[in-house]
Design a binder for this molecule. Sequence first.
Ligand code: ZN
Length: 569
Amino acid sequence: MDEELKKEIRKMALQNSFEHGGQTQDKIILGKILGTKPEFRTKVKEITEDISEIVANVNQLSFEEIKKEIRENFPEILTPKEKIEQREGFPELENAEQGKVITRFPPEPNGYPHIGHAKAAIINSEYAKMYGGKFILRMDDTNPEAERMEYHAAIKVGLEWLGIKFDTVKSTSDDMELFYEKGMELINSGNAYICTCKRDDISKNRRERKACKCSFKDVEKNNKNWEKMKEKFKPGEAIVRFRGDMKADNAVMRDPVLFRIIDGKHYTLGEKYRIWPSYDLAVAIEDSIDGVTHAFRSKEFELRKEIIDSILDALNMRKPYQGFFSRLEFKGMPISKRIIKPLIEEGKVSWYDDPRLPTLEALRRRGIKPEAIKKFIMSLGLTKANTLAPFDSLEAFNRKFVDANSTRLFMVRNATKLTVKNLPVSSVEIPNHPVNNMGKRKIEIDENFYISGDDAKNIKQGMQIKLLGLGNIFIKKKGTEIEGEFIREGDITNILKIQWIPQKTAHEIKMIIPKVLFNGETFNEESLEELDVYTEPYYLQLKEGEEIQFVRFGYCRKDSQNQAIFTHK
Ligand SMILES: [Zn+2]
């Protein structure tokens, strides 16, 4: 095979390892070659062997070595990536004036914040930033039954972690008196009425596009019923409905709810109110009075645009521009409370910070950096096409943030004993990062080591291996334990280079490896892998939460002195 093709194969293998951070498979490279160079389709057999050899060789390299080789020989691999990074920011807004844009993020404090919240918050806050405008955080807290201070606090913590800054923080419930005032205005102008029908009848009428008898009652009767809603009616016995259009094709317009009775205890207001505004009414009035110029929310609210505009028209209030974006969810990692809550109750998932979940708390614990989430979300842009992103797509962004400052440490799993004779030193100093100046650590050694079981499998009597940072070893004997002898570095290329741990100071930790929670609709019973592994005592000196790259394994976050969580390759 010609050298040009070999070079091309090596480039593809390096690029694949660099972009996906893991072992490259022969078939991926073969597919790429056959895809780009049809002339080789008749020579599959010949090129397969070369691919196999080159890929095996590349798979031996560390991430740093791969990067170095790419930088030296194939810098073009790096260029398109940098271009993507430069294309930052969202598309320009219509009718937006510099300094006058006001956006908001109105989460309901009824659950822990997740990647979907991050998207809404980032899009709205970035637009405010782009136009030198203002950004409002508004807790949309008008459903006391579902909302709790715990969630309110978790949302604030999550947003703080994402580095999102607000010009104003408020709660929708601050304006209860105003909602009542506007509600009365709608009742008195005939734009709203009180419906005392049963829930089932209301649904049936909506389906059949028929008005109920309540919609014909006069203003006086509606005023009386409004008074009765304050005390006499029980929850579900009366609601205030907007006079929309029962014949409308948009079902949302068929006389939607404006107020309902809820006898729950609100987490800040207690039992002060029992008539609560609906989402449509609250968001319409709040966005208008808060001066919001551009309101972005996820696509499932798109049908509600019409009702929000209609309410504001009926009240002669200013309407903001409403924009929509696709909901963000990772494949196999549901964000819905209806799915996550039962998993926690059944003990299948430990808590909202379980590293398999897409909650902000879980992503943080897993070692995902807020800057990476932001860049990732910015890269998705404002498309409305629903995206079920693979988690890898976030990993690629995260890798860039963790690579530069994660300590490189040795870790072995399925430990096998290795004894080495004739070692010329009793300690070695190893840099904590191959490129950046992050100091060194001193490792005391004697002749007893642990190496990974996977590496032990590949070691045969009579071969040479390299213990990283230490030197070359000639393998004298291999049984359940391995015996070797230190030798001067030879000039053997393609030598197996492995990490190791001194037996006397080996520190055992639990390694948690999160995987997808669901395969399609089915819960993945093997979604959490736990390994008992050995690492260096230096691990104990790192701070909790620090990112580590275990050499030849991947990035992990130190969760505690005895536990690390696998972030990604
Ligand atoms: Zn009715």
